[in-house]
Design a protein around this ligand. Structure first.
Ligand code: TMO
Length: 313
């Protein structure tokens, strides 16, 4: 009798953590892709932790933000929570043709573009548009780029179009790409403290808007024609002579095996929908408050408990 009771108690104990796992369709790990900017890191942990709470097994894998889409088409990775139109549209769409699944669009509207702090407008009043900015190119020059201005460009895997713009629009700038996002913010902070001219790659939603005053530089509006027809745009001999979208989409991407292998998880990730404030908050906890991405994910889930619960139902 005593032994039997002990056995029952033990079984109950073992069941508690095991129960959810027993309910999921497969214990095969769902591979969640991690990229190299903060909100993506935090929100990929939010997704992973949610799926783990549902009983699924999750692994994280870092990936290049262009190559990740074909890897998902090939079932080598399973889910990416932040695919940005400005920097990833063509790689995303090509992978969809090869079987990757468009897992839905977030409410957030996004922009990735050349960006200036507002004090730059005092020295270069036209800097809010590419032509005005270009007329002041020299004030952005460094020892490395003189007499051309320096554009502090994104890491290579966020796409080439931001730097290629310089050639397509025959601007008096040289793109000097950083290796990682932290270098963008270090360059910005050091220029900002001394009110020195700087133009750099930035995006929204991000933590930047809560800490620095500035604006995106307007370029000719993007279109398919800009990227396909040289005659289109200011340079009749070049494609790509336009900017990135002002209100771009933000999508989720998944492997073709996802819905078949883990239908319950698939239902959950389809419901995941971030707005601008939620993404900016994720970045801020790390880049301003100094939390680790995983720790920030826990805090984000605490702050948004009802939302997380609604995905799991
Ligand atoms: C891909 N990113 C949001 C950093 O521009």
């Amino acid at each position: 009798m005593k032994n039997l009771l002990k056995g029952v108690a033990l079984a109950a104990l073992m069941l508690a953590p095991g129960m959810a796992a027993a309910e999921v369709e497969s214990d095969e790990p769902i591979i969640i892709v991690q990229n190299n900017w903060t909100s993506q890191l935090v929100l990929s942990y939010v997704v992973g932790k949610t799926l783990e709470d549902m009983g699924y097994t999750v692994e994280y894998a870092p990936s290049d933000s262009q190559l990740q889409f074909q890897a998902m088409a090939d079932n080598d990775m399973d889910f990416q929570v932040e695919a940005w139109e400005g920097s990833m549209k063509s790689a995303f769409e090509k992978a969809v043709e090869n079987g990757m699944v468009d897992a839905g669009t977030h409410s957030a509207l996004t922009r990735e573009e050349w960006w200036i702090p507002n004090y730059v407008l005092e020295k270069c009043p036209g800097a809010g548009s590419w032509e005005g900015l270009n007329r002041c190119a020299e004030i952005f020059s460094t020892a490395e780029t003189k007499p051309k201005g320096r554009f502090v460009g994104p890491p290579a895997d966020w796409g080439k179009n931001y730097a290629d713009r310089v050639d397509a629009l025959e601007m008096d700038f040289e793109a000097i790409n950083v290796g990682q996002a932290a270098t963008l913010w270090a360059e910005l902070q050091s220029a900002y403290d001394r009110e020195e001219p700087i133009v750099l790659f930035n995006w929204t939603p991000n933590f930047i808007e809560s800490k620095f005053e500035g604006q995106f530089v307007d370029f000719p509006a993007p279109s398919d024609a800009c990227n396909e027809v040289p005659e289109w745009g200011p340079n009749p001999n070049a494609t790509g002579d336009c900017g990135a979208p002002h209100s771009g989409w933000l999508k989720k991407a998944a492997s073709p095996r996802f819905a078949e292998e883990w239908p319950g998880a698939w239902a959950a990730v389809q419901k995941i929908d971030f707005n601008n404030a939620q993404i900016a908050a994720a970045a801020l906890m790390v880049d301003v408050d100094g939390m680790e991405p995983e720790e920030a994910a826990d805090k984000w889930m605490e702050d948004n408990g009802d939302i997380v619960k609604s995905w799991m139902e």
